[in-house]
Write a protein that binds this ligand. Structure first.
Ligand code: AVJ
Length: 323
């Protein structure tokens, strides 16, 4: 079935346009200008992100894949029977495709803010797994995650929330805990969370992953200015901004920024913002945790960690947590 009918209020690329424009404008007017990383993922941004995942420098995707491949049986055995699989930020559903062949799922919820191909991808998944009730939900779960109306009988069919890719790293720790707590409330007493976090390691390895030689990450970063131009009607010139990324040891995060090459004035509607030469727009934080730090966050969110799987170098962690 395909729920979440295209009520205009939930279309990621059209109607909360006013909200989206207001959110972008507020971030650009702030003393430290910032753009929420969710705006990186328009159709072009998704293509560039998928290219990043293939880069030699970008270790998270392939490290997670290796962990899943090495431990899929053990992870699947730790999950309940007749579960409901909730795929947060499902994208093209590729990661869940492999899982649905190994878990006993009666239902699949594909949740994504990038609505462009969501329905199409979830429908294709439903054809591959006709015994699974596949549902597409367009939602910005960074704002308010309420999937309860899409979950049926969570006592009988425990939800497993799947949040791979270390995407949780985009949220500052307080917001990450709040999001995981919201997941816990909706998962109910028998629910669980299968979630990935990128782990702290040699800073050179982390910094290289966000400053690749081909400039794919730079293009991904600059593309967000095109999203602004479209959503807000601004007149950013992406080529006038340099891609910057560095690991902040104190916060334990990669900070990605766009730095004005020279003084410039950006206009939208009746507003404007001057960027001085060298002034930054923060476009992403990507947190890196120790396993103990991430365990503690899960605990604060009301979960207990049942197991954790990692790669031989302990670069990336897959955590299975229960209520
Ligand atoms: C999708 C948020 C996990 O933080 O590594 C990749 C996004 N940004 N290169 C990450 C990203 C720059 C990615 N996440």
């Amino acid at each position: 079935s395909m729920e979440g009918a295209p009520s205009p209020g939930r279309r990621a690329d059209t109607a909360p346009l006013d909200n989206r424009a207001a959110e972008l404008a507020a971030g650009l007017r702030a003393a430290q200008a910032h753009i929420d990383p969710k705006f990186l993922y328009d159709a072009q941004g998704c293509v560039l992100f998928n290219a990043i995942c293939e880069l030699e420098e970008y270790y998270p995707t392939r490290t997670e894949r290796a962990i899943f491949e090495a431990h899929r049986g053990a992870i699947a055995r730790a999950l309940p029977r007749r579960l409901q699989w909730v795929d947060l930020g499902c994208g093209d559903c590729a990661k869940s495709r492999a899982w649905l062949a190994h878990v006993d799922a009666c239902r699949y919820l594909g949740v994504d803010i990038a609505a462009d191909c969501l329905r199409h991808e979830v429908a294709a998944l439903g054809r591959k797994f006709p015994q699974v009730d596949c549902v597409a939900v367009e939602a910005d779960f960074s704002a308010d995650l309420d999937l309860s109306r899409h979950l049926a009988d969570i006592q009988e069919h425990p939800p497993v929330f799947f949040y791979p890719g270390s995407s949780i790293g985009n949220f500052d720790p307080e917001r990450a805990v709040a999001l995981m707590a919201a997941i816990g409330r909706q998962a109910g007493p028998r629910g669980s969370l299968l979630i990935s976090a990128d782990l702290r390691k040699d800073r050179r390895v982390m910094e290289r992953a966000y400053a690749d030689d081909l400039g794919v990450t730079a293009a991904f970063n600059r593309n967000v200015l095109r999203v602004c131009n479209r959503v807000l009607g601004s007149d950013f010139q992406p080529a006038e901004f340099d891609h910057e990324s560095r690991f902040d040891d104190g916060h334990g995060r990669i900070e990605m920024r766009l730095r004005a090459r020279q003084r410039q004035r950006v206009r939208w509607g009746s507003s404007e913002r001057v960027f001085e030469a060298g002034e930054d727009i923060v476009t992403e934080h990507s947190y890196k945790y120790t396993p103990a730090q991430f365990d503690a966050m899960l605990a604060r969110a009301g979960f207990s960690v049942r197991d954790m799987w990692t790669d031989p170098r302990s670069w990336f962690g897959v955590f299975l947590a229960q209520r």
